[in-house]
Structures are given as C-alpha cells and as structure tokens.
Design a protein around this ligand. Sequence first.
Ligand SMILES: C[S@@+](CC[C@H](N)C(=O)[O-])C[C@H]1O[C@@H](n2cnc3c(N)ncnc32)[C@H](O)[C@@H]1O
Length: 332
Amino acid sequence: MEPKRSANSAAEAVRDASEDTLSIPAPPSASAPSSSTPVKGGNLFLFRKPSRVKDVSKSVAKKLWRQEMWKVKKATKKAAKRAARQETNRQSGEVGQDDNLNLQAATSESKNDQLLRKQRREQRKNQRHEAQMAFLRRCEEGARVVIDCGFDSHMTEKELKSLGQQLMYVYASNKRALAPCTVHIAELGAGIQQRLSCVAGVQNWQGFNRETRPFMETYAAERDKLVYLTSDSPNVLTQLDPGLIYVIGGIVDRNRLKHATYNKALAQGIATARFPLREHVQLGSSPVLAVNHVFDILLEFQYTNDWRATFAKVLPNRKSVKVNEPAVNKDS
Ligand SMILES: C[S@@+](CC[C@H](N)C(=O)[O-])C[C@H]1O[C@@H](n2cnc3c(N)ncnc32)[C@H](O)[C@@H]1O
C-alpha cells in the first residue's frame, strides 16, 4: 500500500517537480491533506493548508493536485524557454561576432580586390598608352601619305558612302601594319565627314590626321616633295622615298572622272607617278585601283620592297591578276 503524503511532502514533491521537470509527483490520495492556497516561492508554488479546511475530499484533492501540477509545468516550461532564449542570444552573440569578423575580412578582401583591379586598370591603360606611342613612332618612320578628299562635290551619295568605307579600310590596314605610314586626310568635306562621324571611335584614330584644308596649303613649304599617284601618269614608281609625300586621290567615280587627279597635279605643278602594274602583272581589267588598294600596296611595298609579292598579295581577285615570272638572266 502506498504511504499517505503529508502536506509538506506534497509541497516537497511539487518543489522537486519544478527543479526537475521530469519528476511529476503522483496525485495525492483522498486522505492526503492538501492545500488550496498557492504561495509564491521563487518559481514554485508552495501549498499551505488553509486553517479552516480540515480535510478535503478525494476529488478536490485531485483537482488541487492537477492545478498545482499545471502551475509547476507552466513555470518549468517558462524557465526552459527563458534558458533556451538566453542560450540562443548567447550563441547569436557569438555568431554575430563571427559575422562581424567575417564582414571585416570580406570588406578588407573586397578593398584589396578593388585595389588590385584599379592597379590592373592603370597597368592596362599604361600599356595601351605605350602601344599607341610605339605605333605613332613606327608611323613616323614610315612613308607620309596624303588622301586628297577635295573631290567631294563630284561624287554621288553612293560614291561618298563607298569612299567613307574605303577610308575605314585604310585606317584598319594601317593600324595592323608592321610598317605603318602617317596618313593625312586633306580637304575633308562635309559629305565624307558626316559618314566618318558615324564610325565609333573615329575621333581616337591614331596616325590618321584629318583636316579641311587642301593639302597644297598644308604642304606649301614641301611642294617639291609631293608626288601625286595616278594611273594616268607617264612616270613609273620604282621605289618609295622616305623623304617624299605620296598623294592618293580620295575618289570613287566608277571611271567617270577620267584624268581628274592627273590634271589636278599638272595644274598644281607637282610630280606624278603610277604603280608599275603592267611591268609586273597581267591585269584582266583596268589599272585604276580603289583608294584602299592603293594604300595597301604602299604599305606592303614599304614592308617587302618587292612589287610582285606586293601585287600578288594586295590586288583583288576580280582584277584576275597574273604575276609575271621573274626575268631570267640569259647569260647565266
Ligand atoms: C578610284 S581611283 C580614282 C580615279 C580617278 N578617275 C582619277 O582621276 O584618279 C583612286 C585613286 O587611286 C590612285 N590610283 C589608282 N590606281 C592607281 C595606279 N594604277 N597607280 C597609281 N595610283 C593609282 C589615284 O590616286 C586615284 O586618284
């Protein structure tokens, strides 16, 4: 038989239960004296038997016991929750510290990255600048070439558009040439200027000077150095002289403006020359070449000093070029 509990032993059981949430005392037996007035004691509620209540029935005792157990459970749960919350806060404090450290590390890392990126940007900028300077130096060592755009008003819209395209090819060839030239675009009129202005980055084109003045004004002091290249010239170009300035007519005319450049050169009293085409190649069509092909021939010959190799490389297929065999020395 289970021993009967006194009021004190019930209270102790309740206290035990509050300290150890798992130990729940058994309900009191009917005769066990119980309390009906809970007294707050820390987290515990102790029971004092009301003096006027001598004894309680079994069902009342059970009810009181349930109430007390509910209060104990509630207090225990609350304490456990508080402890859990404190633990979470403590951990998050630690995590927060870790986060702060991580954040500091990440910030200094990204600052380092930024610094590195900035240094690399500076390095690339310097390299670009160096490359531009080196390119300009090479241009200065090369031939001086003028493209005379003073024929703007003689060309149709379509021809102007073609000339704009050809000037872009000229720039591109020069930029990638191992032995580039200094290019001077003279008498740049509104028509062609408008077409060039549509080209992205045109204002930064290196080694490609542009001006609206006629070349005769620009080179007034060096007029004896000017050689107008024209297929109509009786003079054959054999070598490139670094001291001379070679002028190309900036014209796209589909053969309409015959002798235009030759007549202009004669009128201005400057020298003329034609490429030695018929001396080295058999052309299937006219010896009049497009501006960009004329420029490419100058570039290539400046590099190779070999007309046949130059024509074989540069002349377009539609000219159905057959390069002559080198002359055989009959005495050998
Ligand atoms: C399409 S051509 C213009 C032809 C134009 N009817 C003329 O009178 O010159 C463009 C320019 O390339 C140059 N050119 C063309 N073929 C040439 C050649 N065989 N020899 C030298 N220069 C040439 C000339 O400076 C010429 O003005």
